[in-house]
Design a binder for this molecule. Structure first.
Ligand SMILES: Cc1cc2nc3c(=O)[nH]c(=O)nc-3n(C[C@H](O)[C@H](O)[C@H](O)COP(=O)(O)OP(=O)(O)OC[C@H]3O[C@@H](n4cnc5c(N)ncnc54)[C@H](O)[C@@H]3O)c2cc1C
Length: 406
């Protein structure tokens, strides 16, 4: 039975993150955005504080180590907890949400497709980061292969007990600082999805380099990197899931299963940014418009705020349905795309409306710098992890095939 009520632990986490968000993160958010960086010392302190809140576990462990979608391990609540945490952190600052140490987007493919030995080896490095902060990353996108992931060109060929990888990956979140990156490659582009293989490529592997660090419109304080593989020698034991997994088109499924878990979390982050903009506009209206203004004008603005609020609320409910299904082990590809399509649009609209509601003031970057920052940050949420158009295609394909239709 779908449950709207959060558990006591989830409520505590939400409150604690909200408190940290208000008191520690928001006040630094604009400075990080200007400097295009979050100081390591801050990340370390934040990590240690939130880890102690979680009884010594990585604060974001649920983002990457909850139960995989479609697992037979039985119900859990890891994905729901992750969605709650993602919304709260993104409300405070979207860049810190993406920069929190841990496996990040690299976690879901290792979790859903890795062998027990690989899961232990690659997640093990995040259990205790008191000596050094560490990140994982996810490398699928290439120049010319973004939405059309089936057409990746990064090649892999087996040579003895290694694979040799050649290619280029772009826009990889935390790619430059990552201890390992899940890299998708193909044994033969003409095979399409059936030719795909996923490898965990560790920092320091010969032939693995960090290229350009991107300067972006939004999420400026979070690192986005280009990665280069030149005759990169990856040990065969780093092939995710082992050789037998790839007798079918499992390699491609690894990429897609990742999205089933991560799209609702990206949608939850979008809800957090949208809520931040909505609350800002609501407070601005309360402080500046309500008293002494003609009622019709106020009514129009109030109606607009109500529309923003209900669209964000609807998107959150869709997120919670998608993560609930993931936690139950129910395949959720359609719902996960629905949550991202809804939340991306609702949050972009919330940011635009918030600026417009504040009138000319909303465009002044000095007075309303946070509004301007959220407006820049939110655009990415309708692009990465599959654009809005791609989500709508996934949804309609699922409906046409009647796989999980009405
Ligand atoms: C900040 C940021 C972080 C990212 N992090 C990662 C990461 O960690 N790992 C990773 O692998 N990738 C990452 N990406 C890449 C991201 O997933 C891609 O940018 C995204 O999938 C879109 O691909 P593209 O940019 O090549 O656009 P394209 O695929 O070229 O699309 C361009 C436009 O065409 C539209 N379009 C494409 N195909 C269709 C179609 N069939 N029907 C209708 N419209 C279509 C798209 O919706 C879009 O509007 C990141 C991107 C950004 C901006």
């Amino acid at each position: 039975m779908f449950e709207f009520e959060l558990s006591d632990k989830q409520k505590q986490l939400k409150e604690a993150l909200r408190g940290l968000g208000k008191s520690v993160i928001r006040p630094s958010s604009l400075e990080w955005d200007r400097n295009k960086d979050i100081p390591l010392e801050f990340l370390r302190n934040f990590y240690m504080l939130s880890a102690s809140m979680r009884g010594g576990n990585s604060p974001m462990a649920d983002l990457t180590e909850g139960s995989p979608t479609g697992s037979s391990a039985g119900p859990s609540s890891g994905n729901r907890t992750a969605a709650v945490a993602a919304e709260e952190l993104a409300w405070a600052d979207a860049s810190i949400m993406l920069s929190v140490p841990g496996a990040g987007l690299g976690g879901p493919p290792v979790r859903s497709s890795g062998t027990a030995e690989q899961r232990e080896r690659f997640f093990g490095i995040f259990r205790d980061m008191s000596d050094e902060l560490r990140w994982g990353a996810y490398g699928l996108t290439e120049p010319g292969a973004g939405s059309d992931v089936a057409s990746i060109r990064t090649s892999c060929r087996k040579q003895g007990d290694h694979y040799i990888l050649n290619g280029r990956k772009c826009y990889i979140t935390n790619g430059g600082r990552a201890s390992w990156v899940v890299i998708f490659a193909t044994i033969d582009p003409s095979l399409g999805r059936a030719g795909h293989r996923a490898f965990v490529v560790e920092r320091g592997t010969p032939g693995f380099f960090v290229g350009k660090i991107e300067d972006k419109l939004g999420l400026r304080a979070n690192e986005t990197a280009e990665l280069v593989l030149e005759d990169c020698h990856v040990p065969a034991e780093n092939l995710l899931g082992g050789e037998e997994r790839y007798q079918t088109k499992e390699g491609f499924m690894t990429a897609m299963k990742t999205f089933d878990n991560t799209r609702p979390l990206v949608a939850a982050m979008a809800c957090g940014i949208g809520r931040a903009a909505y609350e800002y506009a609501r407070d601005f209206v309360r402080d500046n418009y309500v008293l002494g203004r003609p009622i019709p004008r106020y009514a129009a603005i109030a109606e607009r705020l109500a529309r923003v609020n209900r669209n964000l609320e609807a998107a959150r409910i869709m997120v919670w349905k998608a993560v609930w299904m993931a936690d139950q082990g129910i395949p959720n590809a359609k719902e996960s795309s629905m949550s991202k399509a809804l939340a991306g649009q609702a949050a972009i609209r919330a940011c635009i409306d918030a600026i417009e509601i504040c009138g000319a003031h909303g465009t002044l970057s000095e007075d309303h710098a946070l509004l301007e920052k959220w407006f820049r940050d939110i655009k990415v949420y309708d692009i990465f992890e599959g654009t809005g158009q791609i989500q709508r295609i996934v949804i309609s394909k699922r409906l046409m095939n009647n796989l999980r239709g009405f």
